[in-house]
Design a binder for this molecule. Structure first.
Ligand SMILES: Nc1nc2c(c(=O)[nH]1)N[C@H]1C(S)=C(S)[C@@H](COP(=O)(O)O)O[C@H]1N2
Ligand SMILES: [Mo]
Length: 255
């Protein structure tokens, strides 16, 4: 199947009645096509993917009327790690987003500082690999501009998202990563508001990333740090993310 065919199939899979979206999140797990598309996408190499997909192409944006009235929360929804509870207990007053690694100017930004940056608002569809989608509105600070402030070094190739939660309730914290150049996509934002309200705990408070050309598991919630690295070898087991390392999910996860 060519990349174009795949995108068309994906479009059909998601076209399963936008009216149904109004009733909540669309369930797609019974769609053979949807599974097929996800499976075939996993087989693409990054090189093929980049050859076929213009990197600046935007994901579809929706109208307010198309927003899901209920947006499912998934994965960690109520982190119990000591570091998260400490932040939550005083309403994230002590929260600082750390930007570190291969940068000239390490940053530690408060929520007030993040909110003072120029913002972007987007109504987009979140597609989870488990087979459901929801349309929601996200507001946040563009990731690329924020990272520029830290002056990435020339050899920085990836951004690693370090999170406050442990999906398995152990010592390991959730983590994900993308190419540094994907941070410059216009729809890559660090979101602090969802559906015109403060981002709630279930959906990643106080900060989660939105990467609208990627599957749900890439969009790390409860972000504490952004680390710029040249290689993913020393991150987790070396595949760049929690699901990649533990369950063999594909790192690119492009849609
Ligand atoms: N820190 C963290 N981020 C995470 C997860 C998680 O368990 N922990 N789950 C991922 C998965 S699989 C999905 S589908 C989305 C769910 O986001 P939502 O809760 O806003 O629907 O978050 C992603 N980001
Ligand atoms: Mo997911």
């Amino acid at each position: 199947m060519s990349k174009n065919d795949r995108r068309r199939f994906l479009g059909q899979a998601f076209a399963v009645g936008s009216a149904a979206l109004l009733a909540g999140c669309e369930r797609l797990n019974n769609s053979a096509t949807f599974k097929e598309v996800l499976a075939s996408s996993d087989k693409l190499t990054d090189k093929t993917f980049h050859a076929l997909t213009p990197e600046n192409a935007l994901a579809q944006e929706f109208t307010e009327a198309e927003m899901s009235p209920y947006f499912k929360a998934n994965g960690s929804v109520n982190p119990k790690t000591p570091e998260y509870l400490a932040l939550l207990n005083n309403n994230f007053t002590d929260y600082r987003l750390k930007v570190f690694g291969l940068v000239d100017i390490p940053l530690a930004l408060s929520l007030a500082q993040l909110r003072a940056l120029p913002s972007r608002t987007q109504i987009t569809r979140h597609d989870c690999v488990e087979g459901w989608s929801c349309v929601g509105k996200w507001k946040g600070a563009p990731l690329g501009a924020l990272l520029d402030q830290a002056k990435p070094k020339a050899n920085a190739k990836y951004v690693v998202f370090h999170c406050a939660d442990s999906y398995d309730n152990n010592d390991e914290r959730y983590y994900e990563s993308i190419y540094l150049h994907d941070a410059d996509h216009p729809q890559s934002i660090l979101a602090y508001d969802m559906n015109d309200k403060l981002l709630d705990v279930a959906h990643g408070a106080p900060i989660r990333v939105r990467l609208e050309r990627k599957l749900g598991y890439k969009m790390a919630k409860y972000i504490l740090g952004l680390e710029l690295v040249e290689s993913l070898d020393a991150i987790g087991k070396g595949r760049g993310g929690y699901w990649e390392d533990h369950h063999g999910y594909h790192w690119h996860a492009g849609i």
